[in-house]
Design a protein around this ligand. Structure first.
Ligand code: GDP
Ligand code: MN
Length: 346
């Protein structure tokens, strides 16, 4: 049942917590967003939603990242949406630039081929850079050095439901590593060698596999066998990473560091169009205890064209159980049921 009432028992520990107690009870966490100056309208709208439904009760700081300096307009308009502190951070060039070992000619050739295959955004060099940064570099930014948990937010997303407990405290108290709202199949053409490269890494580093991993979820071939075939053994089901609530200690672990470096050297962030969503999902599915991954069924969410819409009086403007308001074929992109089949509802 994907539309059931939020399970209040899950949050019993939060009873009695007084939000806003001079901020003393806040967890070491930030809301973060990598965003362009030109997206300020969408960012303000997303902030308004999250502040109204959740953050105005807790006042977690916001940290904005950009590969260019933020404009005064961006800073003024976003800070005006929250009582909490906003920080505006430049991404270091060495974290954003295409790495030296990427072959220019091969990259240009690959971009042409990817575009001919109509892989979304594949012709934009900056999209490849953004996916790589979100995969293996965001948590290394000096501004996050002393921060443990993050909630990733993108411009134009919507939040529909009042959430009255401290989500970061929930992560900490229940020992969760990662929270998601939506599970989707990916375009296998964007990641043809991601799984083979992953298997190569795992063969060299079997010690990193968690004993309670989600390998059977990752390698499912039942529902969309053609995806598994094109992705060479990976179902392509992933946590949709425009929403993620996570513990950066996972990404800062030796296992993830070695995995990311392996992928980075393999070149698929540029010669293919590996997204940070499948990279995070595969790493979590292999190297983390599956029981530490949490479906936030109670956080009503939309990033066009998909929704997570709980059936709860706390939600407004979100039709209970709706997955998409786009065309019907989009329904088959939903793979949450796979997660529940192999791992459960948590
Ligand atoms: P989609 O969600 O895959 O359709 O891709 P988006 O265009 O929404 O990009 C994902 C996130 O990365 C959004 O928060 C964008 O604002 C951000 N982003 C993408 N490209 C760039 C870039 O070149 N510079 C900056 N600063 N942010 C970017
Ligand atoms: Mn987006």
């Amino acid at each position: 049942d994907l539309t059931g009432e939020p399970e209040d028992s899950l949050h019993r520990k939060d009873e009695g917590y007084e939000p806003g107690e001079a901020g003393t009870a806040r967890i070491n966490a930030t809301i973060l967003s990598v965003v362009r100056n030109s997206e300020v309208d969408g960012m303000v709208q997303a902030m308004r939603d999250l502040e109204q439904t959740w953050n105005s009760k807790f006042n977690y700081p916001w940290t904005f990242f950009n590969d260019e300096e933020f404009t005064e307009e961006f800073k003024t308009r976003t800070q005006a949406e929250t009582k909490a502190k906003c920080s505006y951070e430049l991404i270091p060039k060495e974290h954003w630039d295409v790495p030296s070992w990427i072959d220019d000619g091969l990259f240009k050739e690959s971009l042409k081929i990817l575009e001919e295959k109509n892989i979304q955004y594949s012709g934009m060099v900056s999209y490849h850079q953004m996916c790589r940064w979100n995969s293996g570099l965001f948590y290394k930014h000096p501004a996050l050095e002393n921060t443990q948990y993050y909630w990733r937010v993108e411009p134009k997303v919507h939040f529909f439901c009042d959430v009255d407990y401290d989500v970061f405290r929930y992560m900490q108290d229940y020992n969760k590593t990662y929270g998601f709202t939506i599970n989707l199949y990916d375009d296998p053409e964007s990641i043809p060698t991601l799984w083979p490269q992953t298997m190569k890494f795992v063969a060299q580093h079997s010690e990193y596999l968690h004993e309670n991993n989600a390998m059977n979820w990752l390698s499912d071939s039942v529902r969309r066998p053609e995806h598994n075939i094109k992705a060479q053994g990976y179902s392509t089901c992933h946590f949709w990473s425009n929403f993620e609530i996570g513990d950066m200690n996972f990404f800062r672990s030796q296992a993830y560091e070695d995995y990311f470096n392996h992928l980075d050297r393999a070149g698929g962030f540029f010669y293919e169009r590996w997204g940070d969503a499948p990279v995070h999902s595969i790493a979590l599915g292999l190297f983390e205890d599956a029981s530490k991954i949490h479906w936030f069924r109670d956080i009503g969410y939309q990033h066009i064209p998909y929704f997570n819409c709980p059936n709860s009086p706390k939600c407004k403007g979100c039709m209970a159980g709706r997955f998409t308001d786009g065309e019907a074929f989009l329904l088959k992109e939903d793979c949450r049921a796979n997660w529940f089949k192999y791992v459960g509802m948590g």
